[in-house]
Design a protein around this ligand. Sequence first.
Ligand SMILES: C[C@H](O)[C@@H](O)[C@@H](O)C(=O)CO
Ligand SMILES: [Mn+2]
Length: 601
Amino acid sequence: MVVKFEDRFGAALPKVGIRPTIDGRRGGVRESLEGVTMEMARVAARLISENLRHPNGAPVECVIADTTIGGVAEAAACAEKFRKENVTVTLTVTPCWCYGAETMDMDPHTIKGVWGFNGSDRPGAVYLAAVLAAHNQKGLPAFGIYGRDVQDFDDVARIPEDVAEKLLRFVRAGIAVSWMRNKSYLSIGSVSMGIAGSIVDPHFFESYLGMRVEYVDMSELVRRLELGIYDHKEFEQAYSWVREKCKEGPDNNPPELQHSREKKDEVWATSVKMAMIVRDLMVGNPVLRESGWEEESLGHHAILAGFQGQRQWTDYFPNGDFLEAILNSSFDWNGIREPYLVATENDSLNGVAMLFGHLLTGTAQLFSDVRTYWSPAAIERVTGWVPEGEAANGLIHLINSGPTCLDATGKQRTNGRPVIKPFWEVTEDEVHACLDATLWRYANLGYFRGGGYSTDFLTEGGMPVTMSRVNLVKGVGPVLQIAEGYTVDVPQHVHDVLDERTDPTWPTTWFVPRLTGKEAFTDVYSVMAHWGANHGAISYGHIGADLITLASMLRIPVCMHNVPEELIFRPTYWYACGQDPEGADYRACATLGPLYGSYRR
Ligand SMILES: C[C@H](O)[C@@H](O)[C@@H](O)C(=O)CO
Ligand SMILES: [Mn+2]
C-alpha cells in the first residue's frame, strides 16, 4: 500500500500535538525537569505513531511543541505551531507541577487530553487534577490520563499498559472526530419508504459532526448514464472484472417474471456504471475533466453517502445493491483500497454509525436490517434444532439486500480465525476468498421491479463484532446505541430453513449480543426490542469503548450499551454530572451542547 499523508481530497491529514508542560521557575526547578518532560512527549508520540493509523492507512503523525510550556507565552507559541501543522488533537504531558490555566490548551476546537505522570518525586498527577479543574470550569472538556501504579522518575520512557490504552483510545477517537470535520454527507435521492434515518437532517450533521449535507437528485444518475459521464476505459475494465469475479446464483423469481439474459447483462452494465457514478459523485474523478466534464470531476467532498433507491429508482432501474456492496468493500476492480461508505435506503443515521466504525478501525462495515429475533423455542419449532452454545439464548437475523461489504463473508484470516481486517492488511487471496463466498442473486422483482443484483452470503461465525446506530429523538437529540457480540454459526440445515422464510437472495449474519442480564441486555430478545430503528451498522471487533469515547467528544449520549464499565473513558467533566454514568452522560452532553454549536430538536 502506498502511504498517503493526505485524504482523498488532497487535504493534509490531521495530526496530534504534544504539549510538554513544565514548572516555569527558572534557576533550578525548570532546568531539572526539561529533559524528563520532553522525554514524556517523545515516548507519547512514539506510542501513538507506532500503534495508530488513519482510516486511509497512514500512520498518525505527532507534532511536539518546540519548547516545554511553562506559561502562556509558550502555550501561545505552541498553539501557533499546531495551527500551521493541522493539529486537531492535543495531548498535554507532564511529570511535574505546572500552572493549570496558564499552560492549558485553550483552543475551543481541539480535542484535549492530559497525561499526568504518576510519580512520587514530582506532582504530575496533581497538576493533572488542577488543569482538569480549569478545563471543567471553562467548559473545555478534557480527558485525564493517569497511571494506576506509581512509577519512578527515571522510568518515564516506559508507558504503563493502562496509560497506553487510554492514550490510544483518546487519540483514536480524536482522529475520527477530525476526519469528519468539514467533509460531506452526500444524500443521493430523498426519503426511502418513509425511513426516518433517511430524512437527512443537516442540523445534526453540522452541529454534531461538523459536516455539511449535500443533496443530489437520483435523476443525476440518469443524466450521467445517458450522456456517458464516467470513465469509459475504467468501465470496460470494471465490467470484465465483475463478469469474471462475481458469480451469479440462481434467479428466485417465478419463471414467467424472470428477465431475459440480454436484459440481465444490461442490468450488470448499468449496475457497474452506477457504482462508478456514485463514487465519482462522492469524491470526484480527474478523468472526467479530460473529457470536458469539469464540474462533475470535482465531486461532493463526501466521506459518506446514502442512496435512496427504493422506491422511485428501484421501481424502474436496477437497484443499488451492487454499488453499495462493492463501494462498501475493501476492494473492487482497481484492487484493494479504502472502502467508500454508502448507506442503503439513504439511512444517514446508520451511515453515521458505519462512518464511526470505519474511522475507528479502517475496516469495511456491515449494514443490515435488524430483522428478526429468533427465540430458542421458535428455532426449535421450525427447524427441530435445539439451539446450543452461542445460539442458546436465541439469535438476531441481520439481513438486508445490498449494502453490506463483501468483507463480511468472514473469509479473511488471522491465525486461522475469521476476521475483517483493516483494508491495508487485506491480501489478494482474501479478496478472492470473499468473492468466492458470494453469489450475486437477481433481485426479487416483487420488491425491485427494475431488477439488480444482490449479494448472497452467510457470514462466518465466531467473529467479535459491535452493532451500533445513531437515532434522532425529538427533545433529546441524537443518541447512540451499541451492542457488542459475536457472529454465530448454526447448522447448515437450520440456516437454510430460517433463511428461506425471508429473502434467501440476501446476505445473512447471525448475531448474538453479549448479555449482561440487565435492562436492554437482559436477553437477546430485549436487545432487539430496544433497537431504535430498522437498521444496524456492524463493525468487526469489540469497539464499543472507542465508540463511547468518540460519542463523548461529539456530545452524543449513549442510550444503550454492554461495554464493561472499566473500559469507559470520557472527559472528567462527566464526573461532575453525577455518579450514575448514563445519567451523567446525558447531563454532560446536554450541558456542553454539540461540538459545533447549537442544535435544538
Ligand atoms: C425490499 C424491502 O423493501 C427492504 O428493503 C426492506 O425490508 C428494508 O430493508 C427496510 O429497511
Ligand atoms: Mn433496510
